[in-house]
Design a protein around this ligand. Sequence first.
Ligand SMILES: Nc1ncnc2c1ncn2[C@@H]1O[C@H](COP(=O)(O)OP(=O)(O)O)[C@@H](O)[C@H]1O
Ligand SMILES: [Mg+2]
Length: 358
Amino acid sequence: MTFDQLRLEGVTRRFGSHDALTDLTLTIERGEFIALLGPSGCGKSTALNCLAGLLPLSSGQIWQDGTRLDPLPPERRGFGMVFQNYALFPHLSVRKNVAFGLQMRGLSRAEVRRRTDEAIRLVHLEDQTGKLPGQLSGGQQQRVAIARAVVLEPALVLMDEPLSNLDAKLRLEMRTEIRRLHQSLGLTTVYVTHDQEEALSMADRLVVLRGGRVQQIGTPEDLHTRPVNRHVADFMGFRNLLRLRADAAAAEGTGVVVEGDGVRLRGTTVGAVAAGATVVAAIRPEELSVVEDTTGDGVAATVEVVEYRGREFAVEARTGSGIQLNIRTSVRPVPGDKITVTADPEHLLVFPDDGDDT
Ligand SMILES: Nc1ncnc2c1ncn2[C@@H]1O[C@H](COP(=O)(O)OP(=O)(O)O)[C@@H](O)[C@H]1O
Ligand SMILES: [Mg+2]
């Protein structure tokens, strides 16, 4: 069972008066790996459960090519699901857990055996087939859950934070593994996570949610380099968010000078920024540079904290007016040093200020 396109049209889910998911519109192409990304409580699981059929929609529609899916129960959608808590049958062996869905479909013994073996091999559990879930590590249990989902060759695989119970090293390994399975089996995957690094490294496209609403849909590169608003920027690692004022005189095209509290920097506007308006200027720590020359644009600051991070140093500095700056630099400063910090205008994104700092 496969499809060309899966379309979510205005998918909305309320709990009482609470809008958990509002107006999610998204077209998923066959073979895509889509990540739903956002902080806890932003509506990711709600979206996934609406897609799976575990939650009825409050409004909107879901279409698989020409077939309307949203009135159908989960079992008639034919999707595979993998959850954070594995949800394996505790009294069944690895092999029986994986074979269960195939047996329910009434396939022949030989066919069940062949496909079960294949799925177990894909997740590298050949040596564990007789064990019960309780005798496996968290990573192995999650592999069983993945095998159990993909063995049914589902049209769509839905994963809800499948790696969040695993330790850091295993999480990295499983990322690669899930991506490899996705590719080699030609799956279409919707993957929920609150970890932007995970989403950026795995997905073809990301959907960033905030308060149940889509903020941006795009490729990892789109989101990384061109976040559409300050909330996406914040989530994408633009750790310096400075509230400043756009200088009227210097505005030209998307280039703008932003000033305030002893800070003067050149940046690039994203969205409509009026001359003289309050703005939020966003820049990543690694895009700030420490310079010797103090005559040009820049920010004077005093180094407060220096942490060694492998090839470079993470530096916290503070301006005279008390603004904290996070900087990455290869030259080791010492706490108390007076420095001048500048930014490449291309990397300093200037957003209209919506006044919402949450
Ligand atoms: N069954 C429910 N009843 C009431 N509120 C719910 C229910 N499920 C989720 N919510 C609320 O909807 C919002 C989105 O939840 P959820 O989709 O689980 O977020 P996420 O998966 O992004 O952490 C949250 O504010 C949550 O408290
Ligand atoms: Mg969730």
